[in-house]
Design a protein around this ligand. Structure first.
Ligand code: ZN
Length: 247
């Protein structure tokens, strides 16, 4: 069994007594003891020990089965929903919310040997998320503008980190900030700008049922924040990239 936690914490939670508790409760205790937040859009992969994600999948499937029963769906006789609970548990833990339970994909950064300092944008990057309020999809696109610093990362890596960050229950305003923090951690650019345009299914599918409404928000940091002409250039580049799209 491996753990990234300090040994005193690991020891306190492997007693036979604590092992009898459902895995979600053990995880919650560990998170609370170490003062680690576990909000819907936080990643908790670092506290998971070997085998615990499998245990969690079993526990979640059991709870989804109970949810279906509470919705008065005859899962014992309905061939369509027979294995829905297992599918939903797998989907949450390993697909749509994988950014909570899986660690960040390995992303290597390289020294900016040519001292590049021109800005560039990457996009559109498809983003798929779910709203924290209803757990229904948020689907959209994201553009990232970079003025490089001392380190650079490959273009495809922006898609990987965005996918990992967005694959959690979110509100769009916070998702953009979390993505910006991760990119700054990965390559510390001199300037960073992110624009996200997304459709929220809690507005399309339910509630006000507005099929065309989308939400656009952005974050600008470093040189993009201090230099209005650079910020302007970012939005202009995004407009150009959008016009290249095949409709
Ligand atoms: Zn919602």
């Amino acid at each position: 069994m491996t753990s990234t936690l300090p040994s005193n914490l690991s020891a306190s939670k492997t007693s036979p007594e604590s092992l009898k508790l459902p895995v979600s409760i053990r995880l919650r205790q560990r998170l609370e003891e170490s003062g680690t937040p576990f909000l819907a859009n936080d990643n908790i992969s670092h506290i998971l020990r070997e085998g615990e994600l499998d245990q969690l999948e079993i526990e979640v499937a059991g709870k989804v089965r109970e949810l279906l029963r509470s919705l008065v769906i005859d899962i014992d006789n309905d061939h369509n929903t027979e294995e829905t609970a297992e599918r939903v548990a797998r989907m949450y833990l390993h697909e749509v919310f994988k950014g909570r339970y899986h660690s960040q994909p390995k992303i290597a950064s390289f020294p900016n040997v040519k001292k590049l300092d021109e800005i560039y944008t990457v996009g559109p990057i498809s983003i798929r998320s779910a709203c924290s309020h209803h757990l229904v999809p948020i689907l959209g696109s994201c553009w990232i503008g970079i003025k490089p610093g001392d380190r650079v990362i490959g273009l495809s890596k922006f898609s990987r980190v965005a996918d990992w960050v967005f694959s959690r229950p979110h509100i769009q305003e916070e998702a953009v900030i979390i993505l910006a923090d991760e990119i700054e951690r990965l390559c510390a650019p001199q300037g960073l700008a992110i624009l996200v345009k997304a459709q929220h299914y809690c507005m399309k599918w339910r509630g006000v049922k507005e099929p065309q409404t989308s939400m656009v928000n952005s974050v600008v940091r470093g040189d993009f924040r201090h230099d209005p002409s650079l910020k302007q250039e970012f939005f202009e580049l995004v407009r150009q990239q959008e016009s290249l799209l095949i409709r």
